[in-house]
Write a protein that binds this ligand. Structure first.
Ligand SMILES: C[S@@+](CC[C@H](N)C(=O)[O-])C[C@H]1O[C@@H](n2cnc3c(N)ncnc32)[C@H](O)[C@@H]1O
Length: 483
């Protein structure tokens, strides 16, 4: 399928803009219920709300609902452009009707509106999912997860590795001087080039695998949502999700290779899957990929057992209910067994060049989004020196929860819980809880511990020796911070 030339982008941009084809306007017209249905790939509620023939309604029906549009309506929504867009591969005309050949949808962050062209969403209204090997995915949940994980500090040079439709490049263009986007799929590169023009941004688009196209380059920021699906390396791969390398080798190659392409203080964010092998903890395996030249915060967000994982990805490829489904399922499970893989972790790898702190956190709980500021704060906390003379304060969002029998003198458990950022919870004892509560930035750590020793009738030095490491850990986990 052809990808439109970038020369067409300004004219398309003008009509999309004129029709107010934005996330907010689309949301308003569809309303919450039809929007939710569309997220479940059901178009009927949205079709019922887009019958007025306005350019906005027509664009929604054409691109988001993949409905055939009367030529006269298409001409009103895309004045003077229907023939050109048809010749360019964005639309197809069938008799008196016009259809979308590619998806074109609004996308936004808090400050900006963009449009993203990609291949059509497969499987609307229960139609069979058919995707070609070189399918270029639109904005997916993994894309938005990565966008929220990626620091939005102003940077010089940024890399979007495995760009797909270029969604990460759109975000990067807002805060990076130079954006380089790479992919092995020529269609993805052509679509990213078109999307860059459509959104009036500059992207240096390069073809090649993994680090090859940037072998000599260093970046202040690298962000990647690689083709991380863990499967036997098979010939019939879908390039948007299968790297062609067996197991989690693609993620390993990215994590091992990133430090050499980061400038000092630069960040690399990866959304990834990793294999969990029998007799080996998930974090031990991933830690083996980390060098000692980066701070590394790895967060495991979810674990799937092999059958759930195989079903998820066979369904994603439209194989469910097709001939050969059970054979493919069986083969994949058998490969997991041979590899002694008993689960698959999904999560985030964050590297910051120039340190050696590391934390591998199993954290399947809700976090505040965007989570990027919490990841950056984590790195600052690892570099914070804490001693007896430090003055610390409890983060304002931290609450204390106590559990125990009603009326009991002491609670059985005390938990400090963050309500923002990574939303960590930490079980503490009464001394830690009292220490956290007294940390208002006025008294030093030692002054607080001495007061507690007096109160609890404990030896001052022994209490300080016991609790100073816990104070450091409370700082590293973001409960306490220096004033
Ligand atoms: C899951 S998609 C991510 C697309 C986009 N960056 C996003 O965040 O939605 C993975 C992308 O990596 C590309 N890819 C596959 N193998 C690659 C490789 N060896 N090197 C670079 N990119 C690759 C695919 O073509 C695809 O566009």
């Amino acid at each position: 399928m052809t990808i439109p030339d970038r020369a067409l982008a300004p004219a398309l941009r003008a009509v999309l803009d004129h029709a107010d084809y934005t996330v907010d306007a689309v949301d308003d017209l569809l309303g919450a219920t039809a929007r939710a249905a569309l997220q479940r790939n059901e178009t009927t509620p949205a079709l019922r709300r887009t019958t007025d023939g306005s350019p906005l309604a027509v664009l929604i029906r054409l691109f988001l609902l993949q409905a055939p549009i009367e030529r006269a309506h298409a001409d009103r929504a895309l004045p003077g452009l229907v023939d050109e867009l048809t010749a360019a591969g964005l639309l197809a005309t069938e008799g008196a009707a016009v259809r979308a050949e590619l998806d074109c949808r609004p996308y936004a962050d808090d400050a900006r509106d963009w449009w993203v062209v990609s291949d059509l969403t497969p499987g609307l209204d229960g139609q069979p999912i058919r995707v070609t090997a070189d399918h270029v995915l639109g904005v997916s949940p993994a894309s938005t997860s990565l966008a929220q994980l990626t620091t939005r500090r102003e940077v010089g040079r940024a890399l979007d590795l495995g760009t797909g439709c270029g969604v990460q490049s759109l975000h990067l263009s807002a805060h990076a001087g130079v954006v380089v986007a790479t992919d092995v799929n020529p269609r993805a590169l052509a679509i990213t080039t078109f999307n860059a023009a459509l959104n009036e941004i500059e992207v240096d688009v390069r073809a090649g695998s993994l680090w090859d196209p940037v072998a000599e380059d260093a970046f202040d920021l690298i962000t990647t949502n690689p083709p991380f699906v863990i499967s036997p390396a098979t010939a019939d791969r879908l390039v948007y999700r299968d790297s062609g390398l067996p197991g989690d080798q693609v993620v390993e190659a990215i994590v091992r290779g990133a430090p050499a392409h980061l400038s000092d203080g630069g960040w690399c964010h990866v959304v990834a899957n990793w294999a969990i092998q029998e007799g080996r903890s998930w974090d031990e395996r991933v830690a083996g990929w980390l060098g000692d030249d980066c701070d590394a915060l790895v967060v495991q967000r979810e674990v799937l057992d092999p059958p759930s994982y195989v079903e998820l990805w066979l369904k994603d490829a439209g194989r469910h209910g097709e001939p050969g489904y059970q054979e493919a399922y069986d083969e994949w499970l058998g490969w997991f067994e041979d590899q002694r893989i008993e689960g698959v972790g999904f999560g985030w790898v964050n590297l910051r060049r120039g340190g050696s702190a590391r934390e591998l956190l199993d954290h399947p709980y809700a976090v505040e989004q965007p989570v990027a500021p919490a990841v950056e704060a984590w790195s600052v906390a690892q570099r914070t020196e804490v001693g007896e003379a430090s003055r610390l304060s409890l983060r304002v969002d931290v609450v204390q929860e106590t559990h125990g029998d009603p009326g009991a003198e002491d609670p059985e458990t005390i938990v400090l819980r963050q309500r923002r950022g990574l939303c960590r919870a930490r079980q503490v004892d009464t001394v830690e809880a009292a220490l956290a509560g007294a940390s208002d930035g006025e008294l030093t750590v030692r002054q607080i511990l001495d007061a507690l020793a007096l109160l609890l009738d404990r030896d001052r030095d022994e209490l300080a020796a016991t609790y100073l490491p816990k104070v450091r850990s409370l700082v590293r986990e973001g409960f306490l911070a220096p004033v």
